[in-house]
Design a binder for this molecule. Structure first.
Ligand code: DGL
Length: 283
């Protein structure tokens, strides 16, 4: 059995890692995977035609995610990373069951780990989409790791279109950040004051400068990107499926508007992307 499994893993080692997000936010996770696993090829799929997922009902999110992830699986991948908190919170168990024995990683558990580690006083604010917050997955995952934690969840719906528009700072973004979060970070309203803000949506790292205005400098702001990349590394290595000694490639797939994906995707990725780097796919 072990020999058979080792052979399957050897056959699959050269396949890419498949990354999925509803849009371009997951590129923040791709960047971390490139840094942590530089020899791996990666295929990234952003379902920009149907973004946002975060305001939709659970059944729709699961259906869209299964279709999109099914596309990556059909193309041949050795591991799936669901680089979308909304899709992870709604569909991770279904994906693991549907695509077993393929390893499927989500971003919620790694994000919860990062926040639980960063917080000193245990008061943690999670900001995410409506669907992620109402699912309660972060509240559960953080208190599982750290039972003393007090987790305050807040849906910040407008942050997704602002990030997709590439608005990282300025009065509009700062105004939205204040409107969503000012009360939580006011020590008169929330005592003790939260010392950690967890970005529970892969789009939100882009808004860091505006979020800092509200949290002040003493709070830690964490996201799941780096921890997810370490988890991918820790999963691939014992399976004998990690590549080494080469520079990996990235393929970018979108379900709509390659120009826009290249333009805004460059901001999330922190390096230039051209329209010709992006392929249009139909689900
Ligand atoms: N990037 C997705 C997440 O991490 C949210 C974007 C959306 O609403 O589709 O939750």
């Amino acid at each position: 059995m072990t020999d058979r499994r080792n052979k399957i893993n050897r056959d699959r080692i050269n396949l890419p890692i498949g990354l999925f997000d509803s849009g371009m936010g997951g590129l923040t996770v791709l960047k971390a995977i490139n840094a942590c696993l530089p020899a791996e090829d990666v295929i990234y799929l952003g379902d920009t035609a149907r973004l946002p997922y975060g305001t939709k009902g659970k059944e729709t999110i699961v259906r869209y995610t299964l279709q999109a992830v099914g596309k990556l699986v059909d193309m041949g991948v050795k591991m799936l990373v669901i680089a979308c908190n909304t899709a992870t919170s709604a569909a991770l168990p279904v994906l693991r069951e549907r695509f077993a024995p393929l390893p499927v990683l989500g971003v919620v558990e790694p994000g919860a780990m990062a926040a639980a580690r960063a917080s000193r006083n245990g008061v943690i604010v999670v900001i995410a989409t409506e669907a992620t917050i109402s699912s309660g997955v972060y509240q559960e995952a953080i208190t599982r790791i750290r039972p003393d934690a007090r987790v305050i969840g807040r849906a910040c719906t407008l942050f997704v279109p602002l990030a997709e528009e590439g608005w990282m700072k300025g009065p509009v973004v700062e105004g939205a950040a204040k409107r969503y979060l000012k009360d939580i970070f006011n020590p008169v309203v929330t005592a003790p004051r939260p010392d950690t803000l967890l970005l529970g949506c892969t789009h939100f790292p882009l808004l860091l400068p505006a979020l800092r205005h509200v949290t002040g400098n003493s709070a830690s702001i964490v996201d799941s990107a780096a921890t997810t990349a370490y988890c991918a590394h820790d999963e691939l290595v014992p399976l004998g499926m990690a590549r080494a000694g080469r520079t990996g490639t990235c393929r970018f797939l979108t379900t709509d508007n390659r120009d826009r994906f290249a333009r805004t995707g460059s901001l999330f990725l922190g390096r230039p992307l051209k329209t010709t780097d992006v392929e249009l796919v139909d689900l």
